[in-house]
Design a protein around this ligand. Structure first.
Ligand code: RIB
Ligand code: CA
Length: 313
């Protein structure tokens, strides 16, 4: 039996790993990619939106609407991750002018429109940046909560953060948005740093990508080599953690992940641990589980999925 393709919106802040998530989502036979929405995060909204258009231009992804969303968090000042992704948000490549155009709808409007569309299949959202667009859409039109079958989120951490000792970047950038999403009642798959730090683009992976010998392979190689430099400089990693495609893979083939249902609460109050995902691993709070939280990754199967996707371009 041919599995039913999921209707998917990828909400992202390209971002080197976001670029890989776009390439995986657009190529997967398990996904109908109905839109790419952008949100301020790794860089400003203008920059991440231009980057989404750049990646889609190189990859020939010309029929997926790209819509720009929220330019700042719900209640806080915007932060960016220039030290990781560079001033452009996608440093490491000499980009030509993109030919893929920008959809004139706001990302929040498009998310609501697609969720409310009368379709046999519900909508799946993959969110790999700050959750500002998704939270705003849920607040703008609460009925969409019943029309989204799952939100797969790259973000958070069971333990150590990567932006502060307590918090991961996407959730630190807009903790109030994360709080709204985790309170929405929509089924959530959370792909935290404990999983994505296993998805390292090692030299062996880079060699497999280079062997594909295509424009997309060359773009991916350049992006991941830039990402390698920043991950070594900032985190002392021997290879970069390619976070975001893990959240796409989680809806393509959930069997490559170990996950456990647990309650996840977002710290929106403290100074020391603002943005922390407080994961109730041992069920000590009595709060009902609101997310399936990833704890492990079958690394080889993840990279096989990623390489299969890259080979289609
Ligand atoms: O902490 C990693 C996350 O923050 C990834 O989504 C990366 O692209 C940045 O947005
Ligand atoms: Ca991202």
């Amino acid at each position: 039996m041919i599995p039913v393709r999921r209707r998917v919106v990828l909400d992202c802040d390209p971002g080197h790993d976001d670029a890989m998530a776009i390439l995986l989502a657009a190529a997967s036979p398990a996904i109908d990619l109905e839109a790419i929405t952008t949100v301020a995060g790794n860089q400003t909204l203008e920059k991440v939106t231009l980057n989404a258009r750049r990646v889609c231009t190189v990859a020939g992804i010309e029929t997926v609407p790209i819509a720009a969303g929220c330019e700042s968090p719900m209640r806080r000042n915007r932060i960016v991750a220039g030290a990781i992704h560079g001033d452009s948000g996608l440093d490491g490549v000499e980009w030509d002018e993109p030919t893929v155009s920008l959809d004139q709808r706001h990302a929040v409007e498009l998310l609501v429109e697609l969720a409310m569309r009368h379709e046999a299949r519900p909508l799946t959202i993959v969110a790999v940046g700050p959750l500002t667009n998704v939270a705003t859409a849920l607040q703008r039109e609460p009925r969409i909560a019943g029309r989204i079958d799952r939100i797969s989120i790259m973000g958070g951490a069971i333990g150590l953060g990567n932006w502060t000792p307590s918090a991961e970047f996407n959730f630190y950038a807009d903790p109030e948005a994360a709080e709204v999403v985790f309170a929405s009642g929509v089924p959530i798959t959370l792909v935290p740093l404990e999983v994505t730090h296993q998805a390292l683009a090692t030299e062996r992976i880079l060699a497999r990508i280079a062997a594909l010998d295509s424009a997309v392979a060359r773009m991916s190689d350049a992006l991941l080599r830039y990402f390698s430099e920043t991950y070594e400089r900032v985190f002392g990693f021997s290879a970069p953690a390619v976070h975001d495609p893990c959240a796409v893979a989680a809806i393509i083939d959930p069997t490559i992940f170990d996950a456990r249902p647990m309650n996840v609460a977002i710290d929106v109050a403290s100074q020391l641990s603002l943005g922390r995902t407080v994961c109730d691993v041992y069920g000590t709070t009595g709060r009902a589980p609101n997310a399936d939280v990833g704890t492990g990754l079958q690394v080889d199967r993840f990279w096989d999925l990623m390489l299969e996707a890259l080979a289609t371009y």
